[in-house]
Design a protein around this ligand. Structure first.
Ligand SMILES: Nc1ncnc2c1ncn2[C@@H]1O[C@H](COP(=O)(O)OP(=O)(O)OP(=O)(O)O)[C@@H](O)[C@H]1O
Ligand SMILES: [Mg+2]
Length: 632
């Protein structure tokens, strides 16, 4: 899993034009909800940048117009100097205030944007088809929410603002420098050119290591996750040593890449700093020469210029510091947008499920829950037709494969009349679960059609279709929370009584009451501290609470002991009465009383009939039942 997952991370190519698009999109995203705030930020950054330039320029006025005249006076008057200094102080305060203001707004904007991206991603993820989760390792999807979104934090709160402020500062400093002295400006520009070359060189060197670092980090995370999930298998097969060795290899790679990435980026600052110092010294020497020898420069101008020179090289170092976070953020943003661009499950069915009541033999839609349901069917003439929900499910020549190359179900024809109990039996991998996956449209069929109360399931709104089906899945899935909350997944507004009745029906009530905290017992997402059978009982209780007209039970009682099974069976029989039920069971005793039993083999129905007639046929079912054939 980790290979597929992080291989893609490794090939993120920062040189692509795509980066520009990703950045544009990201900015658009940030702008969308924060236009006013960002406008204030731009103004505040501009003000604080300009203020810092002004204060450098003020140095010239201070020396040339205030301090130098003072030295010539025999009886110096300090009042104008004091005034000038207090003006300067005010300007500083002004600058600090705007600096503080934009930092504060930015923290809110950037964190708000991250929150919005997380919200949007999760919301979008809920709309994705099952196929997406089949084909993408879950670790990779997870890492979008953790690693990838987090790479944006620094980009939004530091890199982009500092880039912007640097551009403003650079422009205003440049203009001021030109007004002070053109020859010295040329000297500074020359040094900036050299700094730029150094920056390019280091960026080129470390870029690939930064990307590798991200990818290796992902691989390592994936491996840790897998080893934790499989901790029991690791222990059973004494795989610890091998696991440690594999981990060390991954960790070595991570070390290598982050060492190299940081090696280059840490020499960046000293190089930039020293080049900046050289620029300062050069300007001072040449400026001194111009001032003293040629007298073409005042001391105040030189002092101002030197301060500007320092401020000129600083933003360049600042930009260079941000480049690694930009690279990482681009890789992260690309993966976030990939998730957001993933196509949602299409849900354009117009037929919806509504509550109805019978008024003089006529179905009438009503708001309140009547427990009688109907499909509301828009007709061509604009009128709506109500079809009573009965639970009549039919397959007509259905052929399906999860991937086009491999057909899993071939030409399946079946019909389940309302209230009937249909059972599927057959070897592992025969396609039993697949049939149920098609009824609720987890996947769409390639050929044939499935009808539900005479309506093609493709026309039914998926949410309503699934609402009408109570399903106990083959893998019991529980969520961290209380037992009660877990049952209530089927109906989030259920009353305590409803939950209790559902649990009683599923025969889960007994064991729940034996737990110390009863229905309020907290369970973890892997269901601990419950046993496998108890978990199954909970998922049956869940289906019972859903109270849907059609039930699908996939191996619902496979982990329950025979005695409990009998009791559960009674409960389930109650649950099933009057409902169309699809049952899949390996234990044939549970399906003996089904109206129709279908024997699946390799995606085809090879026998059908009730228990007695199938036994008489002496075919596969007979062999399965009498134990002449291994059933898995
Ligand atoms: N998500 C999937 N993607 C691709 N192929 C799948 C997927 N799920 C199942 N298959 C394949 O479809 C075939 C039928 O699987 P299915 O789960 O329907 O079997 P089953 O009859 O329920 O078996 P079991 O008794 O073990 O539960 C198998 O060959 C399996 O490899
Ligand atoms: Mg199955």
């Amino acid at each position: 899993m980790s290979r597929g997952m992080h291989g893609r991370r490794g090939v993120v190519n920062v040189d692509r034009k795509l980066d520009k698009d990703v950045l544009k999109r990201l900015l658009k995203f940030t702008l969308k909800n924060n236009k006013i705030q960002l406008f204030i930020v731009i103004i505040a950054i501009s003000i604080s940048s300009v203020v810092s330039v002004i204060s450098s320029l003020f140095m010239k006025t201070l020396i040339d117009d205030y301090i130098t005249p003072l030295t010539l006076q025999s009886n110096p008057n300090y009042a104008p100097l004091k005034q000038a200094l207090s003006i300067m102080f005010m300007i500083y305060i002004f600058g600090i205030f705007f600096n503080f203001l934009y930092q504060k707004i930015l923290i809110k904007v950037s964190n708000g944007t991250l929150r919005k991206i997380r919200d949007d991603s999760f919301e979008h993820m809920q709309t994705l088809p099952i196929k997406y989760f089949d084909t993408n390792p879950h670790g990779e999807i997870m890492s979008v929410y953790t690693n990838d979104i987090d790479t944006l934090r620094q980009l939004l709160s530091q890199s982009i603002p500092s880039l912007f402020s640097s551009i403003i500062t650079l422009t205003s400093i440049f203009i001021s420098m030109v007004t002070l002295s053109i020859p010295l400006t040329l000297v500074s520009l020359f040094m900036v050119g050299i700094m730029n070359l150094a920056l390019q060189w280091i960026m080129k060197k470390s870029k690939k290591y930064y990307i590798a670092q991200q990818s290796n980090l992902g691989k390592e995370n994936g491996y840790i996750e897998e080893m934790m999930e499989g901790v029991k298998v690791v222990k059973v097969f004494n795989y610890e040593e091998e696991a440690i060795n594999n981990f060390e290899k991954l960790n070595d790679n991570l070390f290598h890449s982050s060492f190299n990435a940081n090696k280059y980026s840490t020499i960046l600052m000293p190089i930039m700093g020293n080049l900046g110092n050289i620029s300062y010294v050069l300007s001072a020497a040449i400026g001194g020469y111009l001032a003293i020898k040629l007298n073409s420069l005042t001391i105040g101008t030189l002092a101002s210029f030197l301060t500007l020179n320092k401020s000129f090289t600083m933003p360049i170092s600042q930009i260079s510091q941000q480049f690694n976070s930009v690279i990482m953020a681009m890789a992260g943003a690309e993966r976030i947008f990939k998730l957001l661009d993933e196509e949602s499950e299409i849900n354009d069915g117009k037929v919806v499920l509504v509550n109805v009541k019978d008024v003089n033999g006529q179905l009438v839609e009503c708001e309140q829950c009547t427990n009688v349901w109907a499909w509301k069917h828009p007709d061509h003439d604009g009128k709506e037709r109500l079809v009573l929900l009965k639970g009549d499910v039919r397959f007509h020549d259905v052929t399906f494969g999860y991937v086009p190359e491999k057909v899993v179900l071939k030409n399946i024809n079946l019909y389940a009349e309302p209230g009937q109990k249909l059972a599927f039996v057959g070897a592992t991998g025969a396609g039993k679960t697949t049939i149920t996956n098609l009824i609720n449209r987890f996947y769409d069929i390639q050929e044939g059609s499935i009808t539900y109360d005479g309506i093609d399931v493709k026309l039914i709104n998926k949410n309503d279709l699934r609402r009408s089906l109570g399903i106990v899945l083959q893998d019991t899935n529980l969520f961290s929370g209380t037992i009660k909350e877990n049952i209530m997944y089927a109906k989030h507004d259920a009353s305590d009584d409803e939950v209790l009745n559902a649990a009683k029906l599923a025969n889960a009530h007994g064991f729940i009451m034996q737990l110390e905290h009863g229905y309020d017992t907290i369970i973890s997402s892997d269901g601990s501290p419950l046993s496998q059978g108890q978990k199954q009982l909970l998922s049956i209780a869940r289906a019972a609470l859903a109270n849907s007209p059609v039930l699908i039970l996939d191996e619902a009682t496979s982990s329950i002991d025979s005695r409990t099974e009998k009791i559960v069976q009674e409960g389930m029989d109650k649950l099933m009465s009057g409902r169309t039920t699809f049952v899949i069971a390996h234990r044939l005793s549970t399906i003996k009383n089904s109206n129709v039993i279908m024997v699946l083999d390799n995606g085809e129905i090879i026998e059908r009939g009730d228990h007695q007639s199938l036994l008489k046929e002496k075919g596969t079912y007979y062999k399965l039942y009498t134990g002449l054939l291994e059933n898995d």
